[in-house]
Design a protein around this ligand. Structure first.
Ligand SMILES: [Zn+2]
Ligand SMILES: [Zn+2]
Length: 267
């Protein structure tokens, strides 16, 4: 196995284990349905996502970055910037694009059907951070590839961005408690669990806020930032008004959620 795969798997395993341990040691909320009916499905979806991308888009974003570098493609190459500067700008561009993509997935009904599976989790913890429909992951990969080619984002920035995004997603979905003062400082640097949890509220106005997964600045800049859930972190309801049946936590149900009309699901 190549070094890139080891970096990805190593970082994933390390952050996952750290967050899972933190959740046991200092949980933020009492889980409603708990881990048992959710973890196998959420981690199973991650496996489906990884395999889907590997089969359908094997070159992935890093492959696109190698291709662009070899041919001198993209705005950052044309600008003739130093690698370090191009890498920082490339990282920021990717993060902004993922933020914008997330907003679009909330606004366009067809895309919301794919993305709402992420929101249908009845609890939010470290495994929610990897729970995305494979079609959303595929579209996201194509958008990333287009961005990498258009800007000529350096390979190192693409790999770093993907590893960091995976890590911050597990961190900001984790059901972990930290001192309020630490959260206040940290949320100027990275999206914290208390910040992203607002996004998983059952109330639509709260669902449509805090779209950032990594850097917290875009939500402040584009006025989609919300500091707190109205009901408070302990009492807020997680999930959607639809798909509240526990059967909807099964992996086969997760995969078919985009294609089902939730009005048929109220039994
Ligand atoms: Zn969302
Ligand atoms: Zn989320």
């Amino acid at each position: 196995m190549d070094i890139e795969a080891w970096i990805r798997i190593g970082a994933f395993a390390l952050i996952f284990a750290a967050m899972a341990a933190w959740e046991v040691a200092a949980p933020r909320r009492k889980l409603g349905v708990g881990r048992k009916p959710r973890w196998a499905s959420n981690l199973g979806i991650l496996l489906v996502d990884v395999l889907t991308v590997r089969v359908l888009v094997p070159t992935a974003a890093v492959g696109a970055a190698l291709f662009a570098a070899g041919r001198g493609w993209g705005l950052l190459h044309l600008a003739g910037l130093r690698l370090s500067v191009a890498a920082i700008i490339g990282f920021l561009v990717l993060d902004l694009v993922i933020y914008a993509q997330h907003v679009v997935f909330h606004k366009v009904p067809l895309l919301w059907r794919l993305h709402r599976m992420h929101h249908a989790d009845l609890d939010i913890d470290v495994t929610t951070g990897v729970r995305f429909h494979p079609f959303e992951i595929l579209i996201s990969m194509l958008i990333k590839i287009a961005t990498v080619l258009a800007f000529g984002i350096p390979v190192v920035a693409v790999l770093l961005f993907e590893v960091v995004l995976n890590a911050t997603s597990m961190f900001n979905h984790a059901n972990v408690r930290m001192p309020a003062a630490l959260d206040r400082v940290l949320r100027w640097l990275v999206v914290t669990p208390d910040m992203h949890r607002v996004h998983h509220s059952v109330l639509r106005r709260e669902t449509d806020s805090n779209f950032g997964f990594n850097l917290p600045w875009w939500d402040r800049l584009f006025r989609t930032y919300r500091a707190l859930p109205e009901a408070g972190h302990e009492r807020m309801t997680i999930g959607l008004p639809i798909f509240r049946d526990r059967r909807e936590l099964r992996i086969d149900r997760l995969l078919t959620q985009p294609f089902r009309d939730p009005r048929d699901d109220s039994n």
